[in-house]
Design a protein. Structure first.
Length: 256
């Protein structure tokens, strides 16, 4: 891919989206964004449509994808009528997936490949695929555009979003079957603020070249690049407590 048009800098910050948009006026790769959301989620039940400030959870991700201004196509892949109906008012493709791709054992990789193959069968070809999980409602449009700029500047290396860990990785380890601690650095006496920062996957954004993803079926190929997000934008809704934290953050920082 020709990346000579990429603007300076690896991370786009709030208020600088115009810079990226200007750089994309020529030789723009075709970008496909996919938001997978099945109806049979268990933790918590039907989490993709649970209300967050009066709006279904998935709607937050749909609007962030649209507001990024970089998608040539946004696809909602679901088996569920309610989830698909939420997206009906937006300029997105509603793609109903087969039951086999909506089971507890179906992988996100299989869902993405299904979307890509069905679009290609209709003559729609894309250069870049961006996975946006509906369970990361506080991820912003600037996060999406920033991660895409990291991908483009990285000459095609995959990009995965991360955030700083709550605690030093040295304070993490395992508990054996007989209750012993293993792998913890608890005796060095180093204060938490004196450790080097460590980062964790936050599940919000994954980016790959389409051909690479079709070949390797993974976003973890070669030297994977990180897009660092703020922790307050990195909540991954997997429990009722996660949703409650989202509500508190929305009320505090996004105009309750």
């Amino acid at each position: 891919m020709n990346t000579g048009w990429i603007s300076d800098g690896w991370k786009i910050l709030s208020g600088h989206k115009v810079k990226l948009m200007e750089s994309l006026k020529t030789d723009k790769p075709r970008i496909l964004m996919v938001i997978p959301a099945r109806g049979g989620s268990k933790r918590p039940p039907r989490k993709n449509v649970l209300p967050l400030r009066g709006r279904p959870l998935i709607e937050w991700t749909i609007e962030a994808a649209i507001d990024s201004g970089l998608a040539d196509r946004i696809v909602i892949s679901s088996d569920d009528e309610e989830i698909l109906s939420v997206s009906a008012g937006y300029d997105v493709v509603q793609m109903r997936r087969d039951a086999a791709l909506a089971s507890d054992t179906a992988s996100t990789t299989d869902v993405l490949l299904d979307v890509i193959q069905r679009l290609e069968a209709e003559g729609e070809l894309y250069d870049v695929v961006v996975l946006l999980q509906a369970t990361s409602p506080l991820r912003e449009a600037d996060d999406i555009s920033g991660a895409i700029e990291v991908y483009l500047a990285g000459q095609g290396a995959c990009v995965v979003s991360v955030c700083e860990s709550d605690h030093p990785i040295e304070w993490c380890g395992h508990v054996t079957g007989d209750g012993r601690l293993e792998g913890f650095d608890a005796v060095s006496g180093i204060r938490s603020q004196d450790f080097n920062p460590s980062y964790r996957l936050n599940g919000a954004i994954y980016i790959s070249g389409v051909e690479s993803f079709k070949k390797h079926k993974s976003f973890y190929v070669g030297d994977v690049l990180a897009y660092i997000m703020d922790r307050e934008n990195s909540i991954d809704v997997d429990t009722e407590i996660d949703l409650l934290i989202c509500k508190v953050l929305v009320d505090k920082f996004r105009g309750g």
